[in-house]
Design a protein around this ligand. Sequence first.
Ligand code: SF4
Length: 61
Amino acid sequence: MPRPVINYEKLGKYDEVLEICPTQVFEKVNGKIVVKRPQDCIGCRACEANAPEGAITVVDN
Ligand code: SF4
């Protein structure tokens, strides 16, 4: 099952991923982007491609 992993040091203030993810896997909780619904990830990698380099990695396990 694919799921995104966030590297917060590289993510910075980037939060456009909230709109980019087609299945709303991410949510902002107390000002912080979190992987709220990993089970809904379809592995499209749009988050990884659009985030700052290395900020989001989609893993498959
Ligand atoms: S890979 Fe696609 S579906 Fe999965 S979290 Fe990233 S943008 Fe969302």
